[in-house]
Ligand binder design. Structure first.
Ligand code: DAH
Length: 361
């Protein structure tokens, strides 16, 4: 065997036993790199006679090409093997059953509270909170409902037991979310934009009343807020909440001690075919109470009524949940009947968003 043939066999053997791309690259540099064995041999050609150069040159060219081809073939083989190994380790069994849906559902009241909060957050309202066991002063007096005011009777208040020897008025279970207006203004001052969703309590029980229910209060105080902004805000809310393009609201003069002027707000709807449709038809549904915050209420909360004014509103959350989702009986909301919850509940994780949709995730 000639010397060249021996060199060739050596290289081919080393190449074929290279274990990985790094080892192969080392071999390539050692053979064909600038200072590689074959390259150095080719450099010797310059010192040979023309005849010798011709025969040796061709043989060396062939050797170089052969080694180069062997390197490439081996590289392709190693790459294929690496891909095979990856496919082996990263396989996915597409026949596995899907992940189970989370157990349980989101209660319509929670869903609607989230929807309301999302819509008002989009309009710059923060969420405020207050206690459910409330003092007489926050629930009534501060809201311009004096002790002898008939509204106190209308509220069918639950009173907490009076402590013996204590002559202060008893605490109550708050009858509405309006006291949170006072607490929020005391804490934050003006200007302020908040909503206050939460539980309220009144001694009442029939198809549309339960002793505990939910309201959301709204309050916007600034230097030049008017009824026009109240109307726009409520229209915008109703359009978003009921997920319709057009709504029509009717402001009916009314009376609340804590607002002046006061208005009850009705929304245009149709009951054609027994199904409620918002925004069309000839019927009107009362959905909330509202008005311009009474100067005495601002003063009670420590906000100067000569500098600040604004609107407030209060809305029944359970009621708008019943309307939007066609739920007939309020009492069922609080019976914890699993079949009812499965039927009217919302999938956990379907978080309402103004842009992606409220009632679907
Ligand atoms: N607090 C009232 C109720 O429970 C609802 C209400 C009416 C709240 C008018 C307001 C308002 O803030 O301005 O019946």
């Amino acid at each position: 065997m000639t010397e060249l043939a021996q060199t060739r066999d050596d290289w081919i053997a080393r190449i074929s036993s290279a274990a990985d791309p790094a080892a192969l690259e080392e071999l390539r540099v050692a053979a064909l790199g600038k200072k590689g064995e074959i390259s150095l041999m080719m450099r010797e050609l310059g010192r040979m006679s023309p005849e010798e150069r011709q025969t040796k040159g061709r043989a060396l060219n062939e050797l170089r090409d052969e080694i180069d081809a062997a390197l490439r073939a081996k590289k392709a083989g190693l790459d294929d093997a690496a891909l095979d190994a990856r496919m082996e380790s990263e396989w996915l069994d597409v026949t596995l059953p899907g992940r189970p849906r989370p157990q349980g559902t989101v209660h319509p009241v929670s869903q609607v509270m989230d929807e309301v909060a999302v819509i008002f957050a989009d309009m710059g309202f923060a969420v405020a909170e207050g206690p459910q066991v409330e003092s007489d002063w926050f629930n009534f007096d501060a809201l311009n409902i004096a002790p002898e005011h008939p509204a106190r009777q209308e509220h069918d208040t639950f009173f907490m037991a009076r402590e013996t020897g204590d002559n202060r008025p008893p605490h109550v279970l708050r009858t509405h979310t309006s006291p949170v207006q006072i607490r929020a203004m005391q804490e934050q001052g003006a200007p302020i934009r908040v909503i206050a969703p939460g539980r309220v309590y009144r001694m009442d029980m029939d198809q549309t009343h339960t002793p505990m229910f939910h309201q959301v209060e709204g309050l916007a105080i600034d230097r030049d807020i008017s009824m026009a902004q109240l109307k726009w805000t409520l229209e915008e809310f109703c359009r978003a909440f009921f997920e319709v393009d057009e709504v029509e609201l009717r402001f009916r003069a009314s009376h609340f001690p804590f607002t002046e002027p006061s208005a009850e707000v009705d929304i245009r709807c149709s009951w054609a075919g027994g199904a409620l449709k918002i925004g069309e038809g000839d019927s009107w549904l009362e959905i909330l109470g509202s008005g311009m915050v009474h100067p005495k209420v601002l003063a009670a909360a420590g906000v100067d009524p000569d500098q600040w004014q604004g609107f407030a509103f209060g809305m029944g959350i359970d009621r708008i949940a019943m309307l939007k989702y066609g739920i007939p009986d309020l009492r069922a909301f609080f019976e914890s009947d699993l079949r009812w919850l499965r039927h009217y509940g919302f999938a956990a994780g379907d978080v309402p968003s103004v842009s992606a949709g409220l009632s679907r995730g």
